[in-house]
Design a protein around this ligand. Sequence first.
Ligand code: PMP
Length: 286
Amino acid sequence: MARIAYVDGRYVPLGARAVRIEDRGYQFADGVYEVVKVVGGRFRDLDRHLDRLERSLAALDMPMPMPRRALGLVLHETWRRNAVPDALVYLQVNRGAGPRNHAYPPLLKPSVVVTVRPARFPTRAEQEHGVGVITLPDERWAQCHIKSISLLPNVLAKQQAALAGCREAWLVDEAGLVTEGSSSNAWIVDADGRVVTRPLDRRILGGVTRAVVLDLARANGIEVALRPFSVEEAHGAREAFLTSTSSLVLPVVAIDGRPVANGRPGSTTCRLAELYARAEELESVS
Ligand code: PMP
């Protein structure tokens, strides 16, 4: 079946030339985005994604392009027209089209684009054996809490990870502390058995999966420490994992080519992955 996108009020074939040349998303990366998953025909954590969208838009001095309920309907309708039960739904809202000028004119009509693709969640082998990451300097801007479509440093870091045969790049700040992955949040289990991830600040995106996993850990008596951790600590950690909407809770078994502990997914990671899968009804993951 042909894939369908939503572009500014119209449903068009994904390959259609529907974006305007002077679209500020295209010319300035002047916009924000969300990726929401649909599992078994149900949108997961949609409210948390729309909350974050509102925060990102506010940071760009942009209004919601339409009422929240209407946006939810557009997401559902675009997903429905693509007939993919397990999907990743991409939503971009940017400042709209106008004569090219860095400073933005007032009252531009925001552009809204929605696309849908079949979800490729981690395979059972990836879940069972884990994945590797490399560490790289975090060369992004100073407002990473905004889910900006300006992703060039993330793209370049992910490409380096792929060239190194790794799933992800963990980015490292000037103090040697891990911020997050190029498209995921970074976690370890420390020597005291606590699950550790960086507290929310402007150096990381507040992942929806991160928030869900923190809630699950606390509700299930798993001790959590919100603090930064260094590359050195990660190299010597008991366990490591990453989280994102599409990667779920994924064990990290090697960092910079060095095994994490015995090189196998740790028990706390597996427990959290299991809790997350159950909470999000991910039994269908193959
Ligand atoms: N950090 C970055 C930089 C990301 O791009 C993503 C993926 N959107 C995440 C973290 C994880 O966020 P989420 O759990 O909401 O997918």
